[in-house]
Design a protein around this ligand. Structure first.
Ligand code: HEM
Length: 160
């Protein structure tokens, strides 16, 4: 057999691939696309391009957040490691789930229900200020996400 994987190893591979796709994509939008479009002379063009990029990536990110959670809970189930969530030494497990919960609420609840409409309304009235606010929020979330990736890798490999 070419692949001789147990369930947890396969789940870990899916987990890492989903996290790379999702957090890497968010980081790219935040620190590459957003600063570039924010320099456009017409702020309306910046808002339109940002919306197009964010909309395209949000669809993909919904899939990778689902895959990250499914594979993460799959590993936890395979090892019957649910009691980690009661042990403060496994704070890095809580950090992963908390970060995932924030993105899930934004992508599946806030965005379709009101965030998108709010952004459009505010961007029409004050495009530059709205882009600045969006950039700041993205920076905070992307930096937090990268810290959680590093802390989770340390936690998973006995470094904490
Ligand atoms: C519902 C959400 C999540 C659950 C249930 C979950 C669960 C898990 C579990 C059980 C492990 C294996 C730990 C071990 O080997 O002892 C793991 C590893 C890991 N997770 Fe998560 N996770 C979730 C979300 C995330 C998020 C949002 C990130 C990134 C920001 C992340 C990044 C990682 C990383 C980097 C590893 C280490 C992989 C390795 O080096 O082997 N996870 N996760």
């Amino acid at each position: 057999m070419i692949l001789d994987l147990d369930g947890a190893a396969l789940a870990r591979a899916i987990h890492v691939a989903s996290v790379v796709h999702w957090i890497g994509g968010v980081w790219f939008v935040t620190f590459v696309v957003l600063p570039a479009v924010a320099r456009f002379a017409e702020p309306e063009r910046a808002v339109a391009l940002f919306e197009a990029v964010e909309h395209r990536f949000a669809g993909q990110a919904r899939l990778s957040t689902l895959a990250a959670a499914a594979s993460g809970f799959w590993m936890t189930g395979v090892w019957s490691a649910w009691d980690r969530f009661l042990d403060p030494r496994f704070f890095w497990m809580h950090a992963m789930v908390a970060l995932w919960a924030v993105f899930t609420v934004v992508l599946f609840v806030a965005e379709p229900l009101f965030l998108h409409a709010w952004f459009e309304r505010r961007a029409r009235l004050a495009p530059e200020a709205t882009m600045r606010l969006v950039l700041r929020l993205h920076r905070v979330l992307s930096t937090l996400a990268l810290i959680v990736v590093a802390v989770a890798a340390l936690g998973a490999h006995g470094g904490l």
